[in-house]
Design a protein around this ligand. Structure first.
Ligand code: ADP
Length: 640
């Protein structure tokens, strides 16, 4: 008996309308929280990657991929004419640099290089003899590009003096914009303006000179001949430098001193774009770190040659569009949320690993496709989403466990109450029957009285069991409702009379106001159970010497409203929204000392709803409550 009752009670929990609504509400809230967590994770990932720290980390990730995805070696179309330590030593140090450069240019002239870019600032006159020699060497150099640099205060350009300038086809700037956080040279501005004068980068100017073309600009890119260079104005016309891989040993270089010793080496300059400049470690002031350098620095002249190679090979690395990155973050985070919402066990762990792997694979695959995809936003979005979703799951499961636990305790309490209630008539039956059999000489009147008691108590027990079974079957949807017609006033009268026996003990008056002459259609026994429950609750949860009123009114002709009003302990709004849940009891009801299970009202609601009606409560703590049932009247039945 106990076991069947238990399965029946727990299996019908979800069948109660209030319990169902509470479950649905809880689930919707839980999923809304998950969605918020997932979106928050994606947003946090994106926002954190915008910070200086985030950008720095992304730069390191870029450097890592840069080293990982080294391009295959190629035949460079540029060469460095180097003023190295040996050259400086032979030509009298820095002061002899112009003479050395002139010598170098004279020695490669016959090789007819495609262009010669000189990365030495010639803004002031030097030794007259050397200047004259250099001027002459320049005059004999085809496609000469000279360099200029920003003045230290950026107020203008340090341009070559006119005697040199006049032989140059162009002047390019050699200002290197290093990363502002770690001074690594990852890109350069192809265009720079100062004092309203705009200059192309030296390497771009040399590229254009070698091709005999102009640089044509549009907001999104620059075009030289047939080469389109993606570098938008919006992003400062920045070009990521694709440095020659380590396997190539950098851009080939021939030192001027070497060239003087071995004039035949001039052949290496045939058709090449020549970058002439200082490489001597002790003399070069522009030396930069690159993603490859690992602490070893690169002279500016080699960096310029690398920019040139990037242009010549059209090995452009472009940034992935920010909107795509944001979308990917959103996808990763949403996939995580969906995985945690829909799967469990090892599957959810596998999904988390797969999502993390995807967040790592995207930047690597994109880089292989020459698109720079930031590593941090996706990694953070996936990581945060996994952590948040796992926490959500953990808390949700814990809450479900707690709910199940409290339902179980409430159920046990209810069972205790039920068995206790049944024990009372059983004890009476047992006692009376024993007395009858023990005292054979019992007076006839006494015997009859006892037999009547046994009869009444067993009937009460049977009714109790019947009611419990009915409501359980009703909850499980197994009960056929009877279809009887009865007067509203009869129903109220029966219940009020029964409840008065209880009310008298507390000196509570049950007053029934005149009722509309309506008939109801349905299961009278269950309707009695419902109304009787409302009345006994009103009596139970009211102090002595108060009043319980029953009143009713017609509503739109086909419905009646029946209310039970008390002056009892009442309840607040949150409690009022939960009392129809199975096993729920308010705090003040528990403290009142009145025995209860919290089942009654859930059954009442079930009965009313099954009859096509509804039940509401209005209450104020300490003031009292009014329970109102709205029921279909027989008039409705006739017209329907
Ligand atoms: P119980 O067996 O606890 O009376 P019910 O399902 O009938 O179970 O009622 C659920 C809870 O609703 C009660 O425990 C009590 O907290 C609250 N309640 C019901 N009726 C009233 C009322 N008339 N006044 C105040 N509280 C009430």
């Amino acid at each position: 008996m106990l076991r069947t009752a238990k399965t029946s009670v727990s299996s019908s929990i979800a069948n109660n309308p209030s319990d169902r609504a509470a479950n649905r509400g809880g689930r919707t809230r839980a999923y809304a929280i998950l969605v918020a967590l997932v979106l928050g994770s994606a947003l946090l990932g994106i926002v954190l990657s915008w910070t200086a720290f985030g950008r720095q980390i992304d730069n390191y990730a870029y450097d890592f991929l840069f080293r990982l995805e080294q391009p295959a070696p190629w035949q460079p179309s540029s060469i460095i004419l180097a003023i190295d330590e040996k050259t400086l030593a032979r030509y009298g140090g820095i002061n002899g640099m112009r003479g050395a450069l002139a010598e170098g240019l004279e020695r490669i002239r016959d090789a007819k290089p495609a262009a010669v870019a000189v990365d030495i600032i010639l803004a002031e006159p030097g030794d007259p003899a050397a200047d004259a020699r250099l001027e002459k060497a320049f005059a004999g150099t085809k496609n000469l590009v000279l360099s200029c640099d920003l003045l230290p205060d950026a107020s203008g350009w340090e341009d070559p003096i006119e005697r040199f300038r006049k032989s140059a086809i162009a002047v390019g700037q050699v200002h290197a914009d290093l990363d502002k956080y770690d001074a690594v040279s990852r890109d350069i501005p192809l265009e720079k303006a100062a004092a309203r004068q705009r200059r192309w980068a030296l390497s771009l100017a040399a590229f254009a000179a070698a091709r005999g073309a102009d640089v044509v600009e549009s907001p999104d890119d620059l075009t030289v001949g047939a080469t389109r260079i993606p570098s938008s104005i919006a992003e400062g016309r920045v070009l990521r430098i694709r440095y020659a891989p380590i396997a190539m040993g950098g851009i080939p270089a021939v030192s001027i001193a070497e060239l003087a010793d071995h004039p035949e080496m001039g052949a290496r300059f045939v058709g090449k774009v020549v970058f002439a400049g200082l490489t001597a470690q002790n003399a070069v002031r522009d030396r930069w770190m690159t993603p490859y350098s690992n602490g070893v620095i690169m002279p500016g002249i080699e960096m310029n040659a690398n920019v040139y190679e990037t242009l010549a090979r059209q090995a452009f690395l472009t940034d992935a569009p920010a909107a795509w990155v944001a979308l990917a973050c959103l996808l990763l985070a949403s996939a995580t949320g969906a995985a945690y919402a829909m799967t469990s066990g090892w599957l959810v762990n596998a999904a988390a690993v797969a999502i993390l792997a995807a967040s790592q694979a995207v930047p690597a695959i994109a880089f292989a496709e020459a698109s720079v995809w930031p590593w941090l936003p996706g990694t953070l979005a996936a990581g945060f989403a996994i952590a948040a979703s796992a926490a959500w799951r953990h808390l949700l499961v814990r809450r479900q466990l707690a709910t199940a636990q409290s339902e179980k305790t409430r159920y046990q309490k209810a069972m205790q109450f039920v068995t206790h209630e049944m024990r009372t008539p059983l004890t009476a039956i047992q006692g009376s029957s024993e007395m009858i059999s023990r005292y054979a000489s019992m007076p006839e009147a006494k015997r009859t009285q006892m037999a009547q008691l046994i009869n009444a108590e067993s009937k009460r027990l049977a009714r109790m069991i019947e009611t419990f079974l009915s409501v359980e079957r009703l909850s499980a949807g197994q009960l056929e409702l009877k279809h009887e017609r009865f007067a509203l006033s009869d129903l109220v009268e029966t219940c009020a009379t029964r409840a008065r026996a209880l009310a008298e003990r507390k000196n509570i008056e049950i007053a029934v106001a005149p009722l509309p002459p309506a008939d109801l259609i349905g299961d009278r026994e269950l309707m009695e159970y419902a109304l009787y429950n409302l009345l006994t609750n009103a009596v139970k949860y009211s102090p002595p010497e108060t009043r319980v009123s029953v009143f009713g009114e017609d509503e739109r002709g086909d419905r009646v409203r029946l209310s039970v009003e008390d002056q009892g302990i009442g309840m607040d709004k949150t409690e009022a929204s939960r009392i129809f849940e199975r096993f729920y009891r308010t705090k003040s009801a528990e403290q009142s000392g009145e025995a209860g299970t919290g089942i009654g009202l859930s059954i009442v609601e079930q009965i009313v709803v099954t009859h096509g009606g509804r039940i509401q409560v209005e209450s104020e703590p300490g003031k009292g409550s009014t329970f109102t049932m709205t029921l279909k009247s027989a008039a409705h039945e006739r017209t329907a």
